[in-house]
Structure formats: structure tokens, C-alpha cells
Design a protein around this ligand. Structure first.
Ligand code: 5GP
Ligand code: MG
Length: 223
């Protein structure tokens, strides 16, 4: 059975080596002027435009297809953050897929993970002997992916692979890597394309760095 990529440890199913898949998020300043559309005034910098994300989502889908062939698999999406990425990615995949979601405790109004994440809402589908693809928005300390991977493995899936849109390698505390990674990004707090600060900014079409002075809910009114 294939297990998650706890730094090359505990792999039991042999898979063809994946091509180097990580794309570095180019800085906004380095983009051609024509692409520098302003995403939101609260952003200090745009890391990824909608077009860049779209292109990469299509190519991750090809990598996933190469790994699974025509087999059916079950997507498990970590909500809310991975909702937009999951929705776009699964529409690029023509395999038979099932979808379930797990909700893990969020940062709330913080911008750094504190303590151990908690599972707030777990699976409803039976994943025993099923191929599972776990999808998250961003791999940061690694605690969330490790917690959820361990929960899934206890349910005896046929295999488990992991996929994240973003990877902040510099912040890793737990030795875990994802099988499919969209972009490696610097250690900055980002929002957009599903990623939030206190539930805001999820609906931005691209991803950017939130201005430090906007990393507070002071002055927000209930809406
Ligand atoms: P980890 O457990 O790997 O430290 O954190 C994973 C979770 O933290 C992600 O699913 C995401 O919800 C949140 N997270 C980590 N970095 C960022 C970030 O830069 N921006 C936002 N909005 N969420 C983040
Ligand atoms: Mg999350």
C-alpha cells in the first residue's frame, strides 16, 4: 500500500518517479507590466495571477492522471481553504472520482499556526481499500497534512497521495512532503484563491501577500 511521503520513509508501493513538479512563484515585480493587474488594495504583493494558477492546475492534473492512470480515486479536500483549488483541479481530471471533505481547525484571526490542529468535521465516505488523494491549499509547518494523513491511514485505504497548491518549505516543523505541489512560495502570509485571513479574501482570483497592517480584524464591522 502506498503511504504518504513522510520524507521518503515508509513507502511500500513502488510508483514511477514523478517529474520535478514544483514551480516557483515568480515575484510580481518580475512580471511583465501587462500582467500586473491589481488584485486587491490590501495586498502588498501579488505572487500568483489567475492565469498562472490556471496553467499550473492543468499541469498538476496531468501529473495526477499519470500517477493514477484510469483508476477511480477518492478526493479528500481540506475545507475551507482547498475549496477553490479542489473544484478547479477535479474538473481537469476525467477519472471517475468521489469527493469528501475534512474540516480542520483554522488560524482564526492569527497568521501563524499555534499548537496542534484539530479535526472539526471528519469523513462521511468509506475509504477502505480506496485510492485516496488528499488535497490542501498550503503546506506550512506540515502538522495538518500529517494529522489528516494519519487519520486516513487508520481507515485502511488502498493508497494515499497528497496534493497541495502551495508549499512554504522554510516553515516545515514536521518531516512531510506532498506528492504533488503547485508552487513553492516564500515564508509570507498569503491570501486569495481559497486562502483567507479571518474568512476574508478567499474569493480573490489570484494569490498575494497580505499587507502587515491588514493582518488584524480591528475596525471590521459585522456584515
Ligand atoms: P500547517 O499545519 O502545515 O502549518 O498549516 C496548514 C494550514 O495552515 C493550511 O491549510 C492553511 O489553512 C493555513 N496556512 C498556512 N500558511 C498560510 C498562509 O500563508 N495563508 C493562509 N491564509 N493560510 C495559511
Ligand atoms: Mg487549511
Amino acid at each position: 500500500m502506498r503511504r504518504p511521503n513522510f520524507r521518503r520513509a515508509r513507502r511500500t508501493e513502488k510508483l514511477p518517479a514523478a517529474p520535478p513538479s514544483v514551480w516557483l512563484a515568480a515575484s510580481f515585480a518580475a512580471m511583465p507590466k501587462s500582467k500586473r493587474t491589481s488584485l486587491h488594495p490590501d495586498l502588498a504583493e501579488v505572487l500568483l495571477t489567475e492565469a498562472q494558477i490556471k496553467r499550473r492546475v492543468k499541469s498538476i492534473a496531468r501529473e495526477i492522471k499519470a500517477a493514477y492512470g484510469d483508476s477511480e480515486f477518492t478526493i479528500i479536500s481540506l475545507i475551507n481553504g482547498a475549496v477553490l483549488f479542489t473544484a478547479d483541479l477535479m474538473r481537469e481530471i476525467d477519472n471517475p472520482v468521489r469527493l469528501d471533505c475534512i474540516r480542520v481547525s483554522s488560524y482564526g484571526t492569527k497568521t501563524k499556526s499555534i499548537g496542534t490542529p484539530q479535526i472539526i468535521h471528519s469523513l462521511t465516505l468509506d475509504i477502505k481499500k480506496r485510492h485516496v488523494l488528499l488535497i490542501d491549499d498550503i503546506l506550512d509547518t506540515g502538522k495538518t497534512l500529517k494529522l489528516v494523513s494519519e487519520l486516513i491511514l487508520k481507515l485502511h485505504p488502498a493508497s494515499l497521495r497528497t496534493c497541495v497548491l502551495l508549499d512554504k518549505k522554510a516553515r516545515r516543523e514536521v518531516p512531510i512532503e506532498a506528492d504533488f505541489v503547485g508552487f513553492e512560495i516564500p515564508d509570507k502570509f498569503v491570501v486569495g484563491y481559497g486562502l483567507d485571513f479571518a474568512e476574508r479574501y478567499r474569493n480573490l482570483s489570484g494569490i498575494g501577500v497580505l499587507k502587515p497592517e491588514k493582518q488584524t480584524t480591528a475596525g471590521w464591522s459585522a456584515g
